[in-house]
Design a protein around this ligand. Structure first.
Ligand SMILES: [Zn+2]
Ligand SMILES: [Zn+2]
Length: 153
C-alpha cells in the first residue's frame, strides 16, 4: 500500500524543481510515459556489469565510483540497479559487489530524467482528492511494486 502523501510528494517535488503549477506538474509527469521514457527506463536497468574498472560503467555513467573494500582492498563494481521507491519515480538503488571478495553494498541514487515509471494523478475517495499513483514501465522489474499496464484501472 502506498500512502497518498507519498504520491503527492512526487508532484510537489516536480513543482519545486520546475516552478510548474500542481496541475501542470501532474500533467507533465503523466506525459513522461510517452517520448521513449519506457525504453530509457529499461536501458537504465538492463545492462551487464563492466569486465574491468578500466572502462566506463555500462549503466551510462550515472553511478558513483565503487568504494574500496575494507576487507580485501579491491574496489567495488556497480553490478545492478533497480527502482528504490514506491512513488519517487527517479529514485533507484545501485548495487555494488567487491571485485575481490564477497563484500557488497547498495546506495540510493536519484536519476533526474531517468524515471522507472510514471506518477499519475488519479481521483480517489469521496472527497475526490487528486493523488499520485506510480506505475512501473513495462519491462522494468520493481522489487516493491507489480508491473502494471499504463491506463489500466
Ligand atoms: Zn554504473
Ligand atoms: Zn573485498
Amino acid at each position: 500500500m502506498t500512502t497518498n502523501r507519498g504520491r503527492k510528494d512526487v508532484i510537489r517535488n516536480r513543482m519545486t524543481s520546475t516552478g510548474e503549477s500542481y496541475n501542470v506538474a501532474a500533467r507533465n509527469l503523466k506525459a513522461m510515459k510517452d517520448m521513449g521514457a519506457t525504453r530509457e527506463a529499461v536501458v537504465t536497468q538492463r545492462w551487464q556489469p563492466a569486465e574491468t574498472l578500466d572502462v566506463p560503467c555500462p549503466c551510462g555513467g550515472t553511478c558513483e565510483p565503487g568504494e574500496k573494500c575494507d576487507h580485501c582492498h579491491a574496489r567495488h563494481r556497480h553490478v545492478a540497479r533497480y527502482p528504490g521507491s514506491r512513488t519517487e519515480v527517479e529514485t533507484w538503488v545501485d548495487c555494488y559487489d567487491c571485485m575481490g571478495c564477497s563484500s557488497s553494498y547498495t546506495i540510493t541514487v536519484v536519476l533526474p530524467g531517468r524515471p522507472w515509471g510514471v506518477a499519475e494523478t488519479v481521483i480517489q475517495g469521496a472527497s475526490a482528492e487528486p493523488v499520485i499513483r506510480a506505475t512501473v514501465f513495462p519491462g522494468v522489474k520493481h522489487p516493491l511494486l507489480r508491473p502494471e499496464t499504463p491506463d489500466e484501472d
